[in-house]
Design a protein around this ligand. Sequence first.
Ligand code: NAX
Length: 327
Amino acid sequence: EKEPVTVLVTGAAGQIGYALVAMIARGAMLGPNQPVILHMLDIEPAAEALKGVKMELMDAALPLLRGIVASTDVAEACKGVNIAVMLGGFPRKEGMERKDVMSKNVSIYKAQASALEKHAAADCKVLVVANPANTNALILKEFAPSIPDKNITCLTRLDHNRALAQISERTKVHITDVKNVIIWGNHSSTQYPDVNHATVQEKPVREVVGDDEWLNNDFIATVQQRGAAIIKARKLSSALSAASSACDHIRDWVLGTPKGSWVSMGVYSDGSYDIQPGLIYSFPVTCEKGEWSIVQGLEIDAFSREKMDKTAQELIEEKELAKSCLH
Ligand code: NAX
């Protein structure tokens, strides 16, 4: 039997955590034959709720689940971790300045970066979900210099999956018949969902949809604004789709992307597609043997270029704001 993999979920007592830990323990993240040990971290005010989640995990009698640590101690939670999914953070509340929220998250991600660096496995893979996801991931990277740059990523797979879903709905094909959409940039409303290289049953999306007006306007806006639409409908932000997409992100990263298709991940920019190096930016990637690589050589038209630069600009500003919070 395989050795168990230790997975850390921070903010585990929250909404996404509640859906995610069950998915992980049922094999949706690492496969149906991979035993897991779950480490769940939250803060003191959520300690009781976290205990409750642990009780429920026990009560679900999950065969793959080989251990549960529920803790409010960062060092204990990070110990021996192979995969870290970061859901914990400080949410933006009404009336709060952007700088105040950033400042809270900078101090959280600085501290958690140090704890991961000290206590996690040397080859630990990190997925940051908590917003501002790209910039939180960048802070984590800065303060965990011994973790390889390639091991720190952020979630844009939910946006990617939302784009697939819109195309599938519009063209009335099964979701698995839609491939190779791209989310460029920030996990925010400036993200650019790009269908120029995407296919429906192996044919170009633009040909199958036959409505560039829709693809260039409503489609993009719907994907960008989907988070807000969920909040409006549910009075809560997306949780099950976020948890499911986090599983997709790690699964494809660890086990590989299917031949001929790519996914979107927020990764450390190396300057590909003229995106400033040193940002965590969402790119199309393929994964093999536990490593992602940015898909190269895609043709970028003027329409795309403008949108890719706009979302990069927002990330540059976030990075500056985060820096200003360090003093
Ligand atoms: P919740 O507010 O339900 O849960 C967050 C949990 O984090 C809480 O239990 C809180 O006590 C805990 N927490 C706060 N500070 C912590 C710290 N320093 N250490 C450990 N835990 C801490 O939020 P939820 O709806 O679960 O969303 C989690 C995060 O994901 C939010 O930041 C949210 O904005 C972000 N999202 C990102 C998405 C993405 O695609 N990248 C989509 C979904 C989601 O909106």
